[in-house]
Write a protein that binds this ligand. Structure first.
Ligand SMILES: Nc1ncnc2c1ncn2[C@@H]1O[C@H](COP(=O)(O)OP(=O)(O)OP(=O)(O)O)[C@@H](O)[C@H]1O
Length: 685
């Protein structure tokens, strides 16, 4: 958030309220920036590195920041007109501080600074120490850095004012800066930069959320339709989507804090009443009352109602357009739609998840190991409005109990013996703005359950050894294969935490229960094959799969197919020979049990038979396999029998031509040769 600032740099020693009301101490901002600069190892007297990336690389950066660039470029022109002849330049940077575009008369600057303010130069604090761009981006606040407030001596000749630019999702996407000769300092520059940044934000905002209900408001009706009006957008059901800076200021809530609100909780009015008030032809503003008691004048933009679609945020659309243009990639199975392969239980899970998406309802995923709980959590995140923010997974079972607290909550420098020198940001803080996935939540140590509960309730954390609390905004998804109710009964899991986590509980079916086994297997195969590689699954293998109980679920099937695909080679069908020995041995060992097909499979695969596949033609007496496998399955045939039978048949059909038989079976010639001792010798050429 920006700081309203209009005084000369000397006045930066004082405090001034930010739009959210908290006082900011400018001296402290500069001191902290210097502290960070030292920490980054920036050297005061060193000549700054003004090197720039190659043209192609810079073009890529500009391309990646098109959304910002397109909205900022015209406003930069207007800003430049206002500061013309003040020996200054206007700069636009990325969120990392790399100059994207610069405008201005460079003649007044010495050569060194002309180079320094050119596109491609990195002005992050890490690269240049305290400076307006780097510091504004680090602090997410507007700031002027004048003369010797710059950390590096070489930059003392500059005066720079910069404001960060936020996109409609509350993320910093860049910065707008005016830099010039320190003798040309003007007290209004920062205010001008802030207003221009706000204009860029409003422009970006205007093109986003076309289907949303858009509310324009201000305490004074004459300010409606101006730069300073507040704009907040909601889904037709009243869920908060976004708000511009002025709206955040008027509501007294940050973008992140607003996520917890709805239209009715902010304006003390049901959404349906707003629809009625503004649904007619009249465009006259009306007075509404904010929950903080302030009255504001409003106009609402209500689009014809249709099913709510994900916000058509143009930057996101641009990213998607780029990815569509990119060479086709294998499906990543990272979206909920990819996980739907026809099983009604899975479909029901996905439908429920769609309903609670972006509703701040914690999700609990139950299911055996390997059923795809982690994948489902990621897909849920990827489809949500938080997709561009981090997805942070914590496996509570795999972290030693002594470390889990530090891992989750982070720690300050020197918080405990053995703590890393610089401290560490915990997983919860890393997930800020995104999704925290607590895998194996049943393994969370009891003493930390209370702490986690507090974080979930208060949305704040205190890193180990730190006095200060930090706000966190995370969507919480947890998973477990354990029965939490049992754990509660045994006193190993807190009931209050359970009820905090179980907003929506979904259960992923075990693979053996799924009716879409064939499609799951085919989809996995697709992701495992190299481009151009065509691998299928032979019917004998499908039969074996049907007999198996898959304790490791999809993970086990995935691993097994991965090995089989390698065994098959460039193309063909997976035959029993391509399957790992331990799997075959297990099946073999299962004997009669193996043939007892799980009920789920029986109806899952209408053609499935608990029997081994019947030979397509009777086996000639001389082709009867030697029988090292005395362990026969229920129908009297072992797996080995089935394999040898198929080979013998094909060899007979192809008159002993091993290549032709191998091709027909979809196996390599070596596979047949490996079995030659078990096949009647006269069948082989
Ligand atoms: N529906 C699916 N489609 C494709 N692959 C899947 C599917 N479900 C799971 N997988 C794959 O199976 C493996 C295990 O999935 P995942 O880790 O999500 O399971 P899990 O239930 O979280 O397991 P655990 O309880 O052991 O942590 C991964 O390789 C994943 O890609």
């Amino acid at each position: 958030m920006s700081i309203p600032f209009s005084g000369p740099p000397a006045q930066q020693q004082g405090s001034s309220p930010s739009p959210m009301g908290e006082p900011r101490d400018y001296a402290e901002v500069i001191d902290q920036a210097h502290e960070r600069s030292r920490h980054y190892g920036v050297v005061v007297h060193e000549r700054p590195d003004y090197s720039r990336p190659g043209r192609g690389e810079l073009d890529d950066v500009v391309e990646g920041n098109q959304f910002l660039f397109q909205h900022a470029a015209p406003i930069m022109e207007t800003l430049y007109e206002q500061i013309a002849n003040t020996h200054s330049m206007v700069l636009l940077t990325t969120a990392q501080g790399l100059v994207l575009h610069s405008l201005g008369d460079k003649d007044f600057l010495e050569k060194a600074h002309r180079v320094a303010l050119a596109p491609g130069v990195d002005w992050s604090e890490k690269a240049k120490g305290t400076n307006a761009i780097g510091t504004a981006l680090s602090e997410e606040t507007a700031v002027t850095v004048h003369g010797d407030q710059h950390y590096m001596r070489a930059n003392h000749a500059l005066t720079c004012s910069c404001a960060p630019i936020f996109n409609p999702h509350g993320e910093v996407v860049g910065a707008l800066d005016v830099s010039g000769d320190h003798r040309s300092y003007h007290q209004h520059t920062l205010a001008l930069v802030r207003m221009s940044a706000q204009m860029i934000e409003n422009q970006m905002f205007a093109g986003s959320f076309p289907k949303a209900v858009r509310l324009h408001f201000h305490a004074r009706p004459e300010f409606l339709g101006t730069l300073v009006e507040g704009i907040a957008v909601f889904t037709p059901e009243g869920r908060f989507l976004s708000a511009n800076r002025s709206a955040q200021f008027q509501l007294g809530l940050s973008y992140n804090a607003l996520q917890a609100y709805t239209f009715s909780s902010l304006f003390d009015l049901p959404m349906s009443t707003l629809m009625e008030l503004f649904g007619g032809a009249s465009d006259a503003p009306r007075q509404l009352h904010l929950q903080n008691g302030v009255s504001v004048w409003c106009r609402a933009d209500i689009k014809p109602q249709g099913p709510w679609a994900a916000p058509a945020f143009s930057e996101r659309a641009a990213v998607m357009a780029v990815s569509r243009a990119a060479p086709a990639r294998k499906p990543q199975l990272s979206s909920l739609q990819y996980l739907e392969t026809g099983d009604p239980q899975v479909a029901a899970v996905i439908a429920k998840l769609h309903k609670v998406m972006d509703r701040d309802i914690p999700v609990m995923i139950l299911g055996e190991t390997g059923t795809g709980k982690d994948l489902l959590a990621q897909a849920f995140h990827n489809d949500s409005a938080r997709a561009r923010q981090p997805f942070v997974a914590v496996n509570c079972a795999s972290i030693p109990e002594s470390l889990i607290e530090a891992e989750l909550f982070g720690y300050e420098e020197g918080a405990f013996t053995g703590a890393r020198k610089k401290g560490a940001v915990g997983k919860i803080a890393q997930a800020h703005g995104g999704t925290l996935f607590l895998d194996e939540i049943g393994d969370m140590p009891k003493h930390l359950q209370a702490r986690l509960l507090r974080v979930l309730q208060e949305r704040r954390i205190t890193p180990l050894g730190a006095g200060k609390e930090v706000d966190v905004d995370v969507a919480v998804v947890c998973a477990t294969h354990k029965n939490l109710k049992d754990l509660i009964a045994q006193g190993d899991f807190r009931e209050d935490l359970y009820y905090r986590l179980n907003g929506l509980v979904v259960r992923l079916p075990a693979l053996r229960e799924r009716t879409d086994f064939v499609r799951v297997a085919q989809k996995l195969l697709k992701t495992l094959c190299d481009d151009g590689q065509q691998v299928g699954i032979s019917e004998p293998v499908m039969d074996l799969f049907r007999r198996y109980h898959w304790p490791g679920n999809v993970r086990q099937l995935h691993n097994l197919l991965r090995t089989a695909v390698v065994m098959v080679g460039s193309e063909g069908e997976i035959a029993p020979e391509h399957l790992p020995d331990d799997f075959l041995e297990e099946l073999h060992g299962m004997g009669t049990a193996a043939s007892a097909v799980t009920p789920g499979f029986a109806h899952a695969l209408p053609h499935a038979s608990p029997q081994a596949p019947a030979p397509a033609c009777p086996l000639p007496a001389q082709a009867a396999p030697a029988a090292p496998d005395t362990d026969a399955s229920a129908d009297g045939q072992s797996l080995q029998d089935v394999t040898l039978l198929a080979m013998a048949q094909m060899l007979q059909l192809h008159k002993g031509n091993v290549s032709a038989a191998a091709k027909a079976l979809g196996v390599s010639r070596n596979t047949i040769y490996r079995k030659k001792n078990l096949l009647p010798p006269d069948l082989l050429n």
